[in-house]
Write a protein that binds this ligand. Structure first.
Ligand SMILES: CC(C)(COP(=O)(O)OP(=O)(O)OC[C@H]1O[C@@H](n2cnc3c(N)ncnc32)[C@H](O)[C@@H]1OP(=O)(O)O)[C@@H](O)C(=O)NCCC(=O)NCCS
Length: 419
């Protein structure tokens, strides 16, 4: 496996004019160039995306149609909310294990600067009726049914369709249920920025980034993440007002992941094919697991159910992990997940007698996480996979655990291994 990503930029900033498809193409082309792989060897491409462009719903196929790749690369898009690129990776790995493919590209792309804005039902009805009209009179009378309220556009909310609760409200609820204080959340956010700043400054994060050229004449080049705040401090963070529960809340813009544009991609091969082509694998997928709970309960707590299963499938324990990478949707969620790992009650719910255990903070998100780096929903899983494997190799570590929480009350965990 090998991986790369575009810079992650806060939505509405430097990557706002680049579509998710183009971000995905950039990540994939850089990946293939860095790997010095003959593109003709790629058999399949799987990509994750959350807020999809309704005019190009199979984003993976659009990416695979870039000039670099042969038209015969079959491609499909997967959606598992924030774990979408994890789903892409495990799908591609499963196909390789089944013997259906030997070389695959998996990843994810998201442009939260370009979310689909929909017409209201009244507007849609009128437009459909007008398009079916047989003459100008019928068309005019169909359009005359449009009322001022029908003109209000519908933008996607980051909310659960079943409960109506937004992600931020869920994070607030989790903070309260698990006793996570505002101060702890801000400290965790500060840590994320500090570690991501250090990882950028010393080149460890920077080396995973593919430059993106933007603007009409492609004269502007974006080379770095723009959400990481080197100079943030606890005073600034603790001064921010809560966003999702303005009166009693603790979740702020500072201790949440920001809305982000970006894409990421990894290259997967059967071990045999990798060795035949002369590659040293960056790492191996040892095991993985998905889990789910009632989204009305603790929406982002399912990594606590997935991690023990992935560890069991790997035949390993938390103590065997040299590094742990957890997606940081919110500091309140990471801290709730960490408490859940230590809890007998959550262990029992996952079907185990003893808890996963206490994660050694010195091994956790050692180059920061989504709070500082950003979180383009569909792309985060592949970003974390690349970072985890690269850092394991740098440290001569062997095993790494990653977890990702996802909308719908879902969670993902994967154990990776380096040689
Ligand atoms: C929380 C959220 C609503 C904030 O959005 P926003 O208000 O546009 O955020 P901004 O980046 O403008 O930050 C708001 C303010 O906080 C400040 N701020 C943010 N992070 C800060 C930090 N680390 N240190 C200091 N100040 C910070 C900003 O400078 C800004 O200040 P200003 O108003 O004076 O300019 C948005 O990021 C969000 O919805 N995040 C959650 C995404 C989500 O649900 N993801 C799903 C997870 S699975």
């Amino acid at each position: 496996m090998a991986g790369v990503r575009t810079p992650f930029a806060k939505a509405g900033t430097v990557l706002r004019s680049v579509s998710a498809i183009d971000l995905g193409k950039r990540a994939v082309s850089e990946l293939l160039q860095r790997a010095e792989l003959d593109p003709g060897l790629v058999e399949m491409l799987v990509f994750g995306a959350v807020l999809q462009d309704v005019t190009a719903p199979n984003i993976a196929r659009e990416i695979s149609l870039m000039p670099l790749l042969p038209r015969g690369v079959q491609a499909y898009t997967v959606g598992r909310a924030c774990a979408s690129s994890n789903q892409a990776i495990t799908d591609a790995a499963d196909q390789i294990i089944l013997g259906h493919a030997e070389v695959a590209v998996a990843g994810g792309a998201e442009s939260l600067s370009n979310v689909p804005v929909l017409h209201s039902a009244g507007m849609s009805d009128a437009l459909v009726a007008a398009s079916r009209a047989k003459n100008a009179r019928q068309r005019m009378s169909a359009l005359a049914t449009i009322r001022p309220k029908d003109l209000v556009p519908i933008t996607p909310a980051i909310a659960e369709p079943t409960t109506g609760e937004t992600m931020g409200e869920s994070a607030e609820k989790m903070a309260k249920l698990n006793g996570i204080l505002r101060e702890e959340q801000d400290q965790f956010a500060l840590r994320s920025h500090r570690l991501a700043s250090a990882g950028t400054a010393d080149g460890r994060l920077a080396e995973e980034i593919a430059p993106v050229w933007t603007g009409a004449d492609l004269q502007t080049v974006v080379t770095a993440d723009n959400g990481i705040r080197e100079s943030t401090n606890i005073e600034q963070l603790s001064a921010l007002k809560p966003v999702f529960d303005r009166k009693y809340g603790s979740v702020t813009a500072g201790n949440s992941s920001p809305l982000t544009d970006g894409a990421s991609a990894v290259l997967l091969m059967s071990e045999e094919r990798a060795r035949t082509l002369g590659y040293t694998p960056m790492g191996f997928i040892r095991s993985y697991a998905y889990a789910a709970l009632d989204p009305g309960e603790q929406l982002l707590q399912a990594p606590v159910l997935a991690a023990p299963v992935a560890l069991k499938r790997a035949g390993l324990r938390l103590e065997d992990m040299d590094l742990v990478e957890m997606h940081e949707a919110f500091a309140a969620q990471v801290l709730s997940n960490l408490k859940g790992f230590e809890s007998r009650e959550w262990a029992r719910r996952a079907g185990f007698d003893s808890p996963v255990g206490e994660v050694d903070r010195a091994r956790l998100n050692v180059m920061g996480g989504s709070i500082a780096i950003g979180h383009p929903f569909g792309a985060t899983g592949a970003r974390i996979t690349t970072t985890l494997l690269n850092e394991l190799r740098r440290r001569d570590g062997r095993f790494g655990l990653m977890t990702v929480c996802a909308a719908g009350g879902m969670g993902f965990a994967m154990v990776v291994e380096t040689e």
